[in-house]
Design a protein around this ligand. Structure first.
Ligand SMILES: NC(=O)c1ccc[n+]([C@@H]2O[C@H](COP(=O)([O-])OP(=O)(O)OC[C@H]3O[C@@H](n4cnc5c(N)ncnc54)[C@H](O)[C@@H]3O)[C@@H](O)[C@H]2O)c1
Length: 391
């Protein structure tokens, strides 16, 4: 792949930095420009990619004729206008999910994107995971008979109210849409019925944990559990994340600990276990797949805007159903305050908001407390790629 693709990135927060790290590690990409409205993020961009043009104006990215691709990594409410500007300016797009903050706009965008000749990928990162692809291959090969039941669980002490991501909604939409997408991908069918139960943890207004079960058109049944409620004040933090597929003859499942993922197939002819790197958001896979799609002139397997819109629409609907089902409350807002205070000083955790570094703060002459963000995107391997700029 001799050609280099020049990309302009809009939004240099947690995901923007992760994507830039993945592109800096892949010789096909030239990160030529970075835009962020936050001066500290721009200062960090300058430190990490000194050759890139740094700007606070997204228009400077969209009107730059030398850029073939844009990466849109701001929050959901600003994404629709940016996707539209990119398409008008004939740029291909890698976008974060969801593509808009409301369902109507998401479906309008799907129509506009599908009618255009531009490639637009959405970071439904699970679809780039080796473990899901391998399990699905075993199922397709008949290892567990006919798939009947899909159980998905993702519980961590993650993102909390007031920590950002407000336009993406409560966790069952913000994060849960990934798992709504995973269950639908495994079922290879559309959602038909569901019933959701939530709980208003710490007496917060929105359910921060939710479990939904129901059926797909093809008769497969599912349950999805998602919550950022899993032991926020535990001395040693943990999590519980798995996919469990139950067939008429066998089972196939995976679980991960954010470092490694393990698949176990208890199939008709064989029992298999495999453990390999979890690789968090798999952004290396996404940027490689997108580059190869550009070469091919068509999508050769990246996650689509349509899949994102379905997952977003269904997860909003499940969340609405949970709200209609009168989620009880437990605890009090004082506990939430206590957790938020605790997270301010956490350097390692799940879904901690991005924080700026000493180096950046010094670079622009401000005072402040520097902290690593604690996400895997800011963990040692990524930091090495970024030249320790995020340490
Ligand atoms: N696919 C995934 O697994 C995954 C995981 C986390 C977040 N996300 C999504 O990624 C997006 C970004 O999340 P994040 O955690 O990186 O957020 P973040 O707050 O860390 O980063 C967003 C950045 O965008 C900048 N910004 C906001 N508006 C802007 C504008 N108009 N122009 C230029 N810059 C602007 C902010 O200053 C900030 O630096 C969200 O939509 C979120 O839902 C996806």
């Amino acid at each position: 792949m001799a050609k280099k693709y020049r990309i302009g990135v809009v939004g240099f927060g947690r995901m923007g930095r992760g994507f830039v790290a993945a592109m800096l590690a892949n010789p096909v990409w030239d990160v030529a420009a970075i835009c962020d409205v936050d001066p500290l993020s721009r200062a960090e961009a300058k430190l990490i990619v000194p050759a890139a043009r740094i700007t606070d104006d997204p228009e400077a990215i969209f009107t730059d004729k030398s850029l073939e691709v844009v990466g849109l990594f701001t929050l959901a409410d600003s994404r629709p206008a940016m996707i539209r500007r990119a398409i008008v300016e004939k740029k291909h797009v890698i976008a974060e999910k969801p593509i808009a903050a409301d369902i109507k706009t998401e479906w309008e965008l799907v129509k506009e994107i599908e009618a255009s000749d531009r490639l637009v990928a959405v970071n439904l990162f699970n679809r780039n995971a080796w473990y899901h692809k391998e399990i699905q291959q075993y199922i397709a090969d008949g290892a567990i008979g006919e798939l009947g039941i899909i159980r998905v669980c993702h519980m961590t002490p993650g993102h909390l109210p007031t920590e950002g991501h407000e336009p993406e909604g409560p966790p069952f939409h913000d994060c849960g849409m990934h798992y709504v997408d995973v269950a639908r991908w495994y079922a290879r069918s559309e959602y038909k019925t569901w019933h959701a139960q939530g709980i208003r943890m710490w007496n917060y207004k929105d359910p921060w944990w939710l479990q939904c079960h129901g059926t797909f058109d093809n008769g497969v049944v599912f349950d999805i559990t998602q919550g950022f409620v899993y032991g926020h004040l535990a001395k040693d933090k943990t999590h519980n994340c798995y996919v469990d597929c139950i067939g008429t003859k066998g089972i196939a499942r995976m679980r991960h600990n954010f470092k490694d993922a393990t698949i176990e197939v208890h199939g008709i002819d064989a029992t298999l276990t495999k453990t390999a790197a979890f690789n968090d958001k798999k952004l290396d896979v996404m940027v490689d797949l997108f580059a190869r799609s550009l070469v091919a002139g068509k999508n050769i397997g990246f996650p689509t805007v349509r899949d994102s819109a379905v997952a977003s629409q269904v997860s909003w609907a499940m969340l609405d159903n949970a709200v209609k089902n009168a989620p009880p409350s437990v605890g009090n807002l004082g506990e939430l305050e206590q957790i938020l205070e605790h997270r301010k000083y956490l350097r390692n955790g799940y879904g901690l908001p991005l924080r700026h570094t000493d180096q950046t703060i010094a670079a622009i002459g401000q005072r402040g407390q520097a902290q690593a963000c604690g996400e895997d995107l800011c963990q040692p391997a990524t930091l090495r790629k970024l030249g320790d700029a995020c340490a």
